[in-house]
Write a new protein. Sequence first.
Length: 232
Amino acid sequence: MNEDDQLVGPVLVVGAHPDDTEFGAGGTVAAFRLREQDVHYFVCTDGSKGTKDRTLQSAALVATREREQQAAADVMGVRSVTFLRQEDGALEATIANRQALARVIRQVRPRVMITHDPWRHYQLHPDHRAAGFLSTDAFVAARDHLYCPDLFVKEGLEPWDVPEIWFYVPVEVDHFVDIEAGLDLKLSAVRCHVSQLRNPEGTEKRLRDRAAEVGSRHGVRYAEEFKRLRIP
């Protein structure tokens, strides 16, 4: 973390697919965990399209990717993983999905929510765009009791106003996290996603090189970058 950050409290990380949390913000998750802060994951889709293997059926891939994501979360020391299990490639920021994420926000009461940047230029994957917009929609739904009223009336979940949202792989960078101490933990978690790694050594080198490139822009060895939205 930057020296001026006094971020105390839980962290909620949203990923469109199993593995997005590690690839997009795994070093930052590790940095929070090294400070002994609770981290929670919310994974939007089932990952059922993420393979080049034509012999593999979707049901088997879904089960594999969920096991891999849980294993990666365990490596990182993540406190909980919520699987929304929407179809890969078909995620939408619906009212029902908004309520599901708002429920987790009210349960976890995060100090920071980390998610995809839906406004990133040339963001091709529809699930990445949808997960980012779902996160911002759920942020609004979580903070006011008249949104998703069943959460308050039937489930007794008090509203929660998330103080900060960080967008990973952003179009506009205004924040970074020094991940030198947590990079090896990130790479260990990434290695859990066996079904997604056709060239594990190459992937690890690419991630390490990318972290070094980002770090060089901020005067540290390794870093991840974000758009940091502080909510007044």
